[in-house]
Design a binder for this molecule. Sequence first.
Ligand code: AMP
Ligand code: ZN
Length: 135
Amino acid sequence: MDFCLFCKIVAHEIPATILYEDDSTIAFLDINPVKPGHTLVVPKVHGADFRESQVHDLTAVIETAKKIAPAILKTVGAQGFNFSSNVGAAAGQVIFHTHFHLIPRHNGDGLVNWPHEGATQEELAELGNKIRVQL
Ligand code: AMP
Ligand code: ZN
């Protein structure tokens, strides 16, 4: 059943520049790339985000990323890449079908990753305690 835009790409119902697919995953170029070669790696089974997807589907996504990353980097001449998932609207997620962004990076490309808030050792320890009791 088709739940969403990425389900439609999985089903080949709408066009996408597909780089690779197998039984569990599909990888296609992002329609609005941060950098050339920006690719989305997607489990075929619908889940709204990382939290809903099964571990074996997420594992398959990692396997696909390992397979395709060298070809993408070689093609665009990049030295590295960011591989991440926006989980939830608060994190900037706009398509609610689990996906990972593979964004090629060049030395000195000027893209800023994360501003760091910083924390003291005491703050880290206190927060660590609070998180561990939730596990
Ligand atoms: P996110 O903020 O993680 O939900 O990102 C969704 C990504 O999907 C964005 O980078 C969009 O440019 C990309 N996107 C949206 N529609 C399409 C599409 N039809 N084909 C390829 N990429 C898409
Ligand atoms: Zn979907």
